[in-house]
Write a protein that binds this ligand. Structure first.
Ligand code: ZN
Length: 271
């Protein structure tokens, strides 16, 4: 095996299916030093965590009352999606709630809500601006509040968690039987991301990275790997769609599922 082939081969196994034949899929960083490997079996893209992580770049600083903010309109779209599929209000936990707009929308619709947020700054904004209840903490390590929820949302959170199986088992444990979870995440097989990878590999596109850049995404999903994750953790898929904040593009992506952002509603199955 030559040196190039050796660099493409991965030294760890897939976090979803434990396959040992992961292959280099793409890199990030000025020197291509952060490596993402794809599993040929389950298609999960696994980041080599030895490169290090930086989650501070994702702290939500949006004013949650600003109706024109694209981030808030994104959350409004998430809530519209929830209301389309779940008609009866219940108990709602928003994991990674940021500055709290989704909690606010849920309360307006009659839900009882609780937010969890890593950033105390974002949590304070949510509580002080909207009056919603937010606890600062990490969903994977915080002690359970003892409640069982009808709905748990993880918007752009799943890809930041090192072990997705542990995360979904924990969500399953916190849901009532028949309860729902909403996930939003990148769709690694989205057409824009495919094109960017093609252009990067052909040397046409080179992304610039800040000097102190480190990735935040531990795992990247597609529909196939997400389906396997659900099977392993006691959920069934209710709805998968891709989306965009541009209305015409969104119309197409919702139907053809080729967008680079995915939205999934899943339901807890009897164990
Ligand atoms: Zn795998």
């Amino acid at each position: 095996m030559n040196q190039f082939q050796d660099e493409k081969k991965c030294h760890f196994s897939c976090r979803l299916c434990t396959d040992n034949n992961l292959r280099l899929f793409y890199t990030l960083g000025q020197k291509c030093e952060f490596k993402y490997y794809r599993c040929p079996n389950c298609k999960l893209v696994n980041y080599d965590l030895t490169g290090g992580l930086d989650q501070t770049q994702y702290i939500d600083q949006t004013d949650p009352t600003d109706d024109e903010s694209i981030y808030n309109r994104d959350k409004d779209a998430s809530w519209q999606f929830i209301e389309k599929w779940i008609s009866k209000p219940g108990k709602f936990l928003d994991v990674g709630c940021g500055t709290g707009r989704l909690l606010y929308l849920a309360e307006k619709a009659g839900w009882s809500t609780h937010g969890l947020e890593l950033s105390s700054e974002a949590a304070n904004t949510a509580t002080n601006t909207l009056g919603v209840k937010v606890t600062v903490g990490n969903f994977l390590t915080i002690k359970s509040d003892g409640f069982q929820y009808d709905l748990i949302a993880l918007r752009h959170v799943l890809e930041h968690l090192e072990n997705p199986i542990v995360a979904l088992k924990k969500i399953n444990h916190r849901l009532k039987l028949g309860g729902y979870a909403l996930f939003e995440m990148p769709n690694i097989d989205g057409i824009d991301l495919r094109l960017k990878r093609l252009m990067t590999n052909a040397g046409i596109h080179k992304k610039r990275f800040p000097d102190n850049f480190k990735p935040g995404h531990c795992n990247e999903f597609c529909r196939y790997s997400f389906d396997l994750l659900l099977k392993k953790t006691g959920f069934k898929l209710v709805r998968w769609e891709t989306y965009s904040m541009k209305p015409l593009v969104n119309f197409i992506y919702k139907r053809l599922h080729i967008g680079n952002k995915a939205r999934a509603l899943v339901q807890k199955l009897p164990s």
